[in-house]
Ligand binder design. Structure first.
Ligand SMILES: [Zn+2]
Length: 456
């Protein structure tokens, strides 16, 4: 009896302590998503693309300013969870309020973002957000998804084991360009980077409310004229809201949190003393940013053609479409034709190696069925709407199959699959893709492309 009453307050205290601990840090758990690449390949890819980036951007060439930003960035990255990447931080001489990160830790902060920040904590928030993209491997996660979307069968052969990162980048047309897959994240990825950025800021001893302050400041300053750092978030209030919730989950600001340093103000006055960037125009269409384009409909296919000339075949396609990859995964698409890293409008051409029976024989029908089965395995909502209709491609027998699938642009899409079995036993397939309600506007273009095919 006595011992029981003595123990009760202890248990209560213990439970209270647990509750307080849980309350003090119940941060959102964030982990990198599915990825075909190793973290080492993130670094290889980032290094490759950073070379392109630095040849196209104006990097601020001031040793003292760069040293400050690089050391601030590294001290934040030291508090990031997960893989330890070889981070480097540079300043881009651009007035736009923006920043971006390449896989493997190559981070770029615009001069405009530094100039817009009131204190070190605010710019640290922007940098921590970018470190979040690196840690969560958003760039290579998207590249992985695009790789599978464009060469859905390549993964079965473990293609990344034999291909270098460089060849994957070349096949996908991934680089440092407008709308690059490496920099155009989903809204969910942006939210994750905000949450992880808040956590990193907190763990580095900053008052994480600096993140919110910066958002609010930019929002107020950019009235109507959306800042690029916000353009993928039509609703900045949401962003402020979930960051505030995360701060509560973290238990508020850490004890004796800081939010400023004399070094930051030295940097700001150095920047003020420097000439204005001459490349203001570079913030137009040709510069990448940590933003997402609107998913407007692509413009109509041009009647003029461009020529694709590959190892296996030659063909013509509308000259306002772009060519991504070649050989084993050629995709032809208009601007805006790739939505959430999946082909929504355009055509994909790829070889497929069917499984032969023991006699070493296979018919076009059997090879086509294997291909369609394979596609349906990775697209559970795909349905066959028409199949096994004979047509001709470059004088050879071909089969036409029509599929219906979920469109990345929303609603259903029609996929027109044309298969040709070549004398070497490889099945080539062409897939014309467009949302079902717009398919008639693309049908002729797909037919024209198929008519122009010349196998080698
Ligand atoms: Zn971002």
């Amino acid at each position: 009896m006595r011992s029981k009453t003595a123990r009760t307050p202890m248990i209560v205290a213990l439970i209270l302590a647990l509750v307080v601990a849980a309350y003090a840090d119940s941060r959102t758990q964030l982990k990198p998503g599915w990825n075909l690449f190793s973290p080492q390949q993130d670094v290889e890819m980032g290094r490759e693309v950073s070379k392109q980036a630095e040849s196209q951007l104006s990097i601020l060439n001031d040793r003292q300013a760069t040293a400050y930003i690089d050391s601030l960035g590294r001290s934040l990255a030291a508090h990031a969870p997960g893989e330890k990447y070889p981070y480097q931080f540079k300043i881009v001489n651009d007035k736009a309020i923006n920043a971006f990160a390449l896989p493997g830790g190559f981070v770029y902060i615009n001069r405009g973002a530094i100039e817009a920040a009131d204190n070190e904590g605010q710019i640290a928030g922007v940098m921590a957000h970018e470190i979040g993209h690196v840690v969560l491997r958003h760039g290579t996660n998207q590249t992985s998804k695009a790789y599978i979307a464009q060469a859905p069968l390549a993964i079965l052969g473990g293609v990344l084991g034999s291909n270098s990162v460089g060849s994957v980048l070349a096949q996908l047309g991934v680089g440092f360009a407008t709308n690059s897959l490496l920099l155009k994240y989903s809204r969910d990825a942006e939210r994750q980077a905000d949450l992880m950025g808040t956590q990193i800021l907190h763990d580095s001893g900053y008052d994480p409310r600096a993140m919110v302050d910066f958002f609010e400041k930019i929002q107020a300053e950019s009235k109507g004229r959306a800042s690029e750092f916000f353009s993928d978030h039509p609703n900045p209030e949401n962003r402020i809201g979930y960051v505030q919730q995360e701060i509560v989950k973290l238990g508020g600001a850490p004890q004796s949190a800081r939010n400023d340093s004399p070094g930051f103000h030295d940097l700001k006055s150095r920047l003020t003393g420097m000439a204005a960037p001459t490349t203001r125009s570079a913030s137009g269409s040709n510069r990448p940013s940590d933003t997402r384009n609107g998913n407007g409909r692509p413009s109509a296919p041009s009647s003029r053609t461009a020529v694709y000339s590959g190892q296996d075949m030659q063909l013509k396609y509308p000259d306002n479409w772009r060519q991504y990859g070649e050989g084993s995964a050629l995709t032809l698409a208009p601007d805006g034709g790739i939505v959430n890293n999946s082909l929504a409008y355009g055509m994909m051409v790829s070889p497929f190696e069917p499984h032969y029976d023991r006699s070493g024989q296979i018919s076009l029908e059997e090879a086509t069925d294997q291909l369609i089965d394979n596609m349906r395995r990775s697209n559970p909502n795909m349905r066959i709407t028409r199949s096994h209709e004979s047509i001709r491609v470059n004088g050879q027998s071909a089969l036409s199959t029509e599929l219906s699938n979920e469109s990345p642009a929303g609603g259903r899409e029609t996929d027109w699959v044309v298969t040709v079995l070549r004398p070497d036993g490889t099945l080539y397939y062409f897939v014309g893709v467009a949302p079902s309600n717009e398919f008639s506007r693309y049908n002729t273009t797909f037919e024209d492309i198929l008519d122009s095919v010349r196998f080698r």
